[in-house]
Design a protein around this ligand. Structure first.
Ligand SMILES: Nc1ncnc2c1ncn2[C@@H]1O[C@H](COP(=O)(O)OP(=O)(O)OP(=O)(O)O)[C@@H](O)[C@H]1O
Ligand SMILES: [Mg+2]
Length: 270
């Protein structure tokens, strides 16, 4: 195996994933460095969500390997990966609509802890107390970071869509992840909400309390080019290009893949 470059936190090596006859990933490799925002772009059906699902453990690739902090996690279950520090949000909102914002944040965390309890055996009183104190602290920090104090006790189903997306981000952050996997966090948001969401992602990435590495699947090119350190481009299940945002904007292969959506690549917001 080739030696990993310094700072590589997540390494995806030669992933293959097919559904019946459809090859969704055909030998995809990426290396995500600690502390960066790594974006995955590509046309509809390119394999972006499948790649994210393989990283979070929802899908099992037929071939390939996934290393997180040097540890082979290819065969770990999603909650085991979550406990190691991989957390995700979904392309379609996956929240409990009848529950409050805070309960969603708590439950998201609890589900992962409980799965771990069943797996790991007895949980001791002292540790449990520490966990509860820690949990309160984390909740306060998240509410603060994402500016959701005013809706903390509101029922999620009653909130406008843009705020629900923010609660999704809050739920994913509640696991105190090292890496946050975000599948189209901007989808369906208006301009102001997009700017807010981009700022929250940057805050989670840059704030010393969080320092979260971001792996972002996103169609909004303005945001991708603005906040990413590194961009990988998928097309028909293959990685066709990667590099700094400026390089990707200039890349002919990328423009060909986006034929018809070409002008989108030139959009920048700041
Ligand atoms: N569970 C599944 N069963 C069968 N085929 C699937 C499944 N999930 C994804 N695919 C197929 O794999 C391919 C890649 O899908 P994927 O959802 O990763 O695309 P995407 O890049 O996320 O697209 P979009 O931008 O539209 O979200 C598509 O052809 C899709 O139909
Ligand atoms: Mg998708």
């Amino acid at each position: 195996m080739p030696e990993l470059d310094d700072g590589v936190q997540l390494s995806v090596d030669n992933l293959h994933m097919s559904f019946g006859g459809v090859a969704a990933l055909r030998g995809v490799s990426i290396q995500v460095r600690q502390g960066e925002i790594f974006s995955i772009i590509g046309p509809n059906g390119a394999g972006k969500t499948v790649l994210l699902n393989c990283i979070s453990g929802l899908y099992r690739p037929q071939r390939g390997k996934i290393l997180f902090e040097g540890k082979d996690i290819t065969h770990l279950r999603p909650y085991q990966r979550a406990r190691l520090g991989l957390s995700r949000s979904f392309q379609k909102i996956e929240l409990f609509r009848g529950m409050t914002v805070l309960d969603n944040i708590r439950l998201g965390r609890h589900i992962h802890m409980r799965a771990g309890l069943l797996d790991g055996g007895i949980y001791l009183g002292g540790a449990a107390r520490e966990e509860i104190q820690n949990r309160d602290f984390i909740e306060r920090e998240i509410v603060d970071l994402l500016e959701i104090a005013h809706i903390r006790n509101k029922v999620v189903g009653m909130l406008p869509y843009g705020l629900q997306k923010r609660v999704e981000l809050a739920r994913a952050l509640a696991l105190q992840p090292k890496i946050l996997l975000l599948d189209e966090p901007m989808a369906g948001l208006n301009l102001e909400e997009v700017e807010d969401m981009a700022r929250f992602i940057l805050d989670a990435n840059e704030d010393k309390k969080w320092l979260v590495t971001g792996v972002l699947v996103e169609h909004d090119m303005g945001v991708v080019m603005d906040i990413s350190h590194h961009v990988a481009v998928l097309n028909f299940g293959e990685k066709i290009a990667e590099g700094a945002p400026e390089e990707i904007q200039r890349d002919e292969r990328v423009h060909e893949a986006y034929l018809g959506e070409k002008e989108e690549l030139y959009v920048t917001r700041r």
